[in-house]
Write a protein that binds this ligand. Structure first.
Ligand SMILES: Cc1cc2nc3c(=O)[nH]c(=O)nc-3n(C[C@H](O)[C@H](O)[C@H](O)COP(=O)(O)OP(=O)(O)OC[C@H]3O[C@@H](n4cnc5c(N)ncnc54)[C@H](O)[C@@H]3O)c2cc1C
Length: 295
């Protein structure tokens, strides 16, 4: 019944696993995985799922998620087929499924500046807007002009202020059933060489400081006020600490990596040990930057 409905609204699969859909490469079976083809398909699917009280989650590129090993009986929606974008002078309209790394390369070629900070972030537009992704003191809130959202079965444009952006958070985090469909970004003209130079610099910094050759979900914890999570993790001696096939990276101790066939349960054991020890030693409560799902 549900599979028939989903098949009529996009590509449908019942044999996907979170471990194949996330950058951390962990997680169990997804009973229903659908890739809608149009915004209208998304609208009809969400209405159906809500009416029938079927649990669902929209997934971006899966680069911020720690997914548990048990089966998810609900529906995962991937917006990767909503992947068009248009450039109108300095304004970009980008659908939620556009991969940001590719977009940044094109913007650099077109001499459009503002998204350089995001050129090494492996998510898509919807995912970056959702968590106000950022790096090098810049974040999506600096470039987002407005966001097209499916909110209570209505398509609504929210302007930047209405998105309530704060550090790694937005209004969308408070409304898990809203779906980000597209965003308008405001950029500025600059010579392409300048943009490419900044992007190269940022990428070099990532390559030297982050374990990009190992599966991860990026930084495990947000940085606390006036400090860095990695310093606190080093302070409790957890650099390189391992449980099963999950380990705190030797290269960057705020990255917890999958060092084989690791599972979310071991990831979280390490993370909660870190939270406890950092709290005891420094009186600081670390907050997850990664998102736990189905665990
Ligand atoms: C090597 C590496 C480096 C990283 N570096 C950075 C960094 O420098 N800065 C940074 O901020 N992050 C970084 N990250 C983390 C991650 O890439 C970002 O958080 C990114 O924004 C997640 O986007 P995504 O599309 O993968 O979202 P996902 O991980 O798929 O989803 C994250 C959340 O967004 C929600 N979501 C996604 N799309 C939509 C939508 N269309 N509508 C509604 N909700 C949606 C999901 O439901 C989920 O709750 C890094 C990750 C890795 C693996």
């Amino acid at each position: 019944m549900i599979d028939e409905f989903l098949k009529n609204h996009g590509e449908y699969y019942n044999d996907k696993y979170f471990k194949d859909m996330t950058s951390l490469k962990m997680g169990g079976h997804i009973c229903h995985y659908v890739v809608p083809n149009t915004i209208n398909d998304v609208k009809e699917i969400i209405a159906y799922l809500k009416t029938n009280h079927i649990p669902f989650k929209v997934m971006g590129n899966g680069s911020n998620l720690v997914c548990g090993s048990s089966e998810f009986s609900g529906v995962i929606l991937s917006l990767k087929n909503l992947n068009n974008y248009e450039i109108n002078n300095t304004e970009i309209y980008a659908e939620a499924g556009v991969l940001v790394m590719g977009l940044c390369q094109h913007l650099a070629k077109e001499g459009l500046s503002g998204m350089e900070f995001a050129s090494g972030i492996p998510g898509n537009v919807g995912g970056l807007v959702y968590m106000n992704a950022g790096a090098y003191r810049r974040s999506m809130s600096d470039v987002v002009k407005s966001v097209l959202v499916l909110k209570d079965n209505e398509l609504v444009w929210l302007d930047n202020k209405e998105c309530n952006f704060t550090y790694r958070h937005s209004i969308f985090g408070d409304h898990p059933h809203w779906v980000i469909l597209a965003a308008k970004l405001q950029l500025e003209h600059k010579p392409s060489e300048e943009i490419y130079a900044l992007m190269r610099d940022r990428l070099e910094r990532r390559k030297t400081s982050q374990p990009l050759d190992k599966p991860s979900a990026g930084s495990c914890f947000r940085n606390p006020d006036n400090g860095f999570a990695w310093e606190l993790i080093d302070g409790i001696g957890y650099r390189g600490y391992k449980i099963g096939n999950v380990c705190v990276s030797n290269k960057h101790s705020n990255f917890i990596i999958n060092d084989g066939d690791g599972c979310a349960e071991d990831y979280l054991k390490i993370a909660y040990e870190i939270i406890d020890k950092v709290k005891n030693k420094y009186g600081i409560k670390l907050i997850f930057e990664v998102e736990k799902f189905n665990c």
